[in-house]
Design a protein around this ligand. Structure first.
Ligand SMILES: Cc1cc2nc3c(=O)[nH]c(=O)nc-3n(C[C@H](O)[C@H](O)[C@H](O)COP(=O)(O)OP(=O)(O)OC[C@H]3O[C@@H](n4cnc5c(N)ncnc54)[C@H](O)[C@@H]3O)c2cc1C
Length: 579
């Protein structure tokens, strides 16, 4: 230092970058293998390295600093309703689509394809989240679109394409297409039955004028949507009321360009100024006689679009697991380097408690998300489909709910710099609440879970079968044999505590489920039981017994850092981030 240097910069931390996001994540690697996606391990390893590179991570920062802008008119005053994005957005979209996160399970139906995609989605969740929104909607639209074979025949080849094509052109001229969804209106998002948007059938002669094919069910749509993400998409699935006396909601495929090359009548009013997910354009739109093609049957719009909803909800779980993993790794990496009071933060007992508690949450979220993805792979098996019916709303509620708390704690691990936009933590934190809000907010998910249990005893049976796999002969009250080591004691006690927790849950579920008031607690218990079961079966004892001791034998709640004495935090943290 020379005489005028004010200070030496020291005790600062290198950015968490140029790491292989897959190779450093034992929980994800193990889950990929056991849930049936192991054949794609090599490609995930490659993706983990690519996404962890400094220049790839920088795309996330750029896309959120240079947010999209709306251009309603061209220079001559004609309506164009175009959204302009920073080049980094297009690079992110290209990456996501090239790696099949928008469609890979629909390409071949190969065993384990949903699980492998889920692992990719979790990795991308650590890079950038706004771009995951259009990709999720595109992925989720496919099962719904298959209900309209003539649209599917024309559009699926473009939707399944791995070639991202952002050009604003009729789909016939494009190499690839993306699809969004429009349900939420000003007067109601959860209760879409209140949708006021109307659709009237078009005469065949008029339909021909816009280039529709003979036999197409074409309608004209008048109304609005209060949230309409990715308005630049090539088409949206839209709900609208059909018939004079409201035959009910129907689902329509509304392309951006008509087959004759004209722009469809979709006016983008403005883009939302959002807390997070800022790279992604979410808009308000009006349909001033937009043409829409009927998907499914008239009046069956909700069940039709629900095909889409279960897949978008899966992605909310995967996305939150990915963001939590990112928040954890940045925090842990920081704590290993940053010294306070003479020792790295990661060696201070209280910080170890905080970090290990977060690591347990993140590992449990990953294990649950990947297990859920396997249910989607095995949807042809009624027991797995029923398990998905239960775990999707429960997981969407509880895992997305845990995210913001974990994100806030990760910022605090980094201290003041965690709160500043120079690093990624502030952005990750802002991303976390949205997965809980959109695609069915927390309460709506818990009520949906109640409906699932209320409708058929098969829902409880599917959960019971999953939990039974982790019992390993142990019964409630079977812990505590005198001749065992302390470690074996912990493992045995964890099994016994799990058995008690599972018994009590299943006993409560044996009664008819109508308790709306207590539905959140029920959803939480379902997820905790499944997470504990997965960890007991597949994670090291020091992970599973700490999870059970902190979440089953005592109530979850309050801040992170409430692990009881005796937990092997060092082992948990060594596993959590293998640098
Ligand atoms: C960034 C972003 C992007 C979005 N993109 C899209 C999009 O592309 N397409 C689209 O259609 N929508 C989109 N949405 C809208 C989103 O799906 C809705 O906001 C959400 O479904 C909730 O609807 P709402 O806002 O009308 O709230 P409401 O329906 O008014 O709900 C408000 C609250 O009440 C709760 N609630 C509702 N009913 C009950 C009940 N019976 N008992 C107890 N509690 C209840 C809900 O859980 C919620 O917490 C987006 C939202 C955001 C934030």
């Amino acid at each position: 230092m020379n005489a005028f240097d004010t200070h030496e910069v020291r005790n600062t931390v290198t950015p968490f970058e140029n790491v292989n996001l897959f190779a450093c994540d034992a929980a994800l690697q193990e889950a990929l293998e056991r849930e049936g996606g192991g054949a794609q391990r090599a490609s995930l390893e490659e993706l983990g390295a690519l996404l962890g590179r400094a220049e790839t991570l920088e795309l996330g920062r750029l896309a959120n600093s240079h947010t999209p802008t709306l251009r309603n008119f061209d220079r001559a005053g004609k309506r164009i309703d175009e959204v302009e994005f920073h080049p980094s957005w297009h690079q992110l979209m290209s990456l996501l689509i090239a790696h099949g996160t928008h469609a890979s399970p629909w390409e071949s139906g190969e065993a384990g394809a949903q699980v492998a995609r889920a692992a990719r989605y979790i990795l991308f969740g650590q890079l950038e989240n706004g771009s995951q929104c259009p990709v999720t909607m595109t992925y989720a639209c496919v099962p719904a679109l298959r209900q309209a074979p003539s649209i599917a025949a024309r559009w699926l080849p473009k939707i399944l394409s791995r070639d991202y094509d952002p050009r604003s052109l009729p789909v016939e001229q494009k190499r690839g297409a993306i699809v969004g969804m429009g349900m939420t209106e000003k007067q109601g998002g959860s209760d879409v039955r209140t949708n006021s948007t109307r659709a009237e059938p078009v005469l065949p002669a008029d339909a021909q004028q816009i280039g529709a094919q003979a036999g197409d069910d074409v309608f004209r749509i008048v109304g609005h949507k209060w949230f309409f993400s990715a308005p630049q998409s090539d088409a949206h699935l839209v709900l609208a009321q059909t018939g004079e006396t409201s035959a009910g909601l129907s689902c329509f495929f509304v392309p951006r360009f008509l087959p004759n090359g004209d722009r469809n009548q979709i006016r983008v009013q403005r883009l939302k100024d959002k807390l997070g997910n800022r790279s992604n354009a979410s808009s308000e739109v009006e349909f001033t006689g937009a043409y829409g093609w009927l998907v499914g049957k008239v009046g069956r719009g909700i069940p039709t679009i629900l095909e889409m909803g279960s897949h978008t909800r899966l992605d909310c779980v995967l996305g939150s697991a990915g963001i939590m993993r990112a928040a954890l790794t940045h925090a842990l990496h920081h704590a290993r380097q940053r010294v306070a009071f003479g020792k790295p933060l990661s060696e201070q007992p209280l910080m170890q408690n905080v970090l290990a508690d977060m690591a347990l949450e993140s590992e449990a979220a990953t294990a649950f998300a990947m297990r859920l993805a396997r249910c989607f792979d095995q949807a042809g098996d009624p027991a797995q489909a029923m398990l998905a019916r239960v775990l999707t709303p429960a997981g969407k509620y509880w895992i997305c709910k845990r995210g913001p708390a974990l994100g806030a704690e990760a910022m605090e691990v980094i201290g003041g710099s965690g709160y500043v936009e120079d690093g990624p933590l502030a952005r990750l934190y802002r991303e976390l609440p949205v997965n809980s809000i959109w695609e069915g907010s927390g309460n709506v998910m818990c009520l949906d879970l109640l409906r699932a249990f209320g409708k058929t005893p098969a829902a409880r049976d599917a959960l019971a079968a999953e939990l039974a796999l982790a019992r390993d002969g142990s019964a409630c009250g079977s812990g505590g044999a005198a001749t065992l080591s302390a470690r074996d004691h912990a493992a045995l006690n964890a099994r016994a505590a799990f058995a008690c927790f599972a018994d009590a849950l299943l006993e409560d579920l044996a009664a008819p489920q109508q308790d709306e008031y207590g539905a959140r607690l029920l959803a939480e218990r379902v997820v905790l039981a499944v997470q504990a079961g997965l960890l007991l079966r597949h994670a090291p004892d020091y992970v599973s017994s700490a999870f059970v001791a902190s979440r089953l034998t005592r109530d979850v709640g309050g801040a992170f850092g409430r692990l009881p004495a005796g937990v092997d935090c060092k082992a948990i943290l060594a596993r959590a981030l293998m640098e």
